[in-house]
Design a binder for this molecule. Structure first.
Ligand code: TYD
Length: 205
């Protein structure tokens, strides 16, 4: 079963993932992320840091996704593991839909076509939503701002995320990022556990 966690920068994904590692340890999930921790992921981060043009950036993110699927996601799913990814295709559909504006006529259509035929649709996606001011203040407390961490962009990215969630309500679970960390992680862990147990009982008749 493939679970993804999405949200704008500063939404609290990293803390949620750390808690899930503890709360779901008995299920031995495979925890992973995009951009990945391979040399490809490093090139993506470099392109972002150097403010490469948006089409280059989008294609690098997609290349990283292809490598992620072939080296880790597909083999893990094939062996029946629970895979939990911190960011996945919806990050492209939300961020690059915005950054590609003015460079490509219909960015979302282009991005979805770019993924079509080879990507794997997540079974469950948690989208953490919170006011952009709050997300930015959490980032500011921690470290210097990155390229994507500006107010206007993140407002639009979050709108795109919410539109994606609205189009696929059976896959998305929208989480209020202003709730206490423990409440969020307890709830998310419970939903993942129930879905995984159910999916396993379907696999083993
Ligand atoms: P990262 O440095 O891993 O930060 P975070 O902890 O917020 O996930 O992510 C790098 C940045 O890349 C982040 O601002 C989101 C962005 N991103 C995209 O624009 N498109 C994508 O497809 C992915 C995976 C990430």
């Amino acid at each position: 079963m493939l679970v993804t966690i999405e949200g704008i920068d500063g939404s609290g994904k990293s803390s949620l993932v750390s808690s899930l590692k503890v709360l779901l340890s008995d299920l031995s999930p495979v925890f992973t992320r995009e951009p990945g921790s391979t040399w490809l992921g490093d090139q993506v981060r470099r392109a972002v840091a150097e403010r490469m043009d948006p089409v280059t950036e989008a294609l690098l993110f997609a290349a990283d996704h292809a490598a992620h699927l072939s080296t880790l996601v597909r083999p893990s799913l094939r062996s029946g593991r629970l895979v939990i990814s911190d960011r996945y295709s919806d990050s492209r559909y939300a961020y690059q839909q915005e950054t590609l504006k003015g460079h490509i006529p219909e960015p979302l259509v282009w991005l979805q076509e770019l993924h079509s035929g080879w990507t794997i649709r997540p079974d469950l996606t948690f989208l953490i939503v919170l006011p952009v001011e709050e997300a930015l203040s959490r980032i500011r407390d921690k470290r210097a701002k990155e390229h994507f961490e500006n107010h206007h962009l993140l407002v639009r990215v979050q709108e795109h995320y919410l539109a994606l969630a609205g189009n696929e309500p059976s896959r998305f679970v929208v989480i209020d990022g202003m709730k206490e960390e423990e409440e969020i992680s307890g709830f998310v862990a419970g939903v993942i556990r129930d879905s995984f147990v159910r999916s396993r009982s379907h696999r083993q008749p």
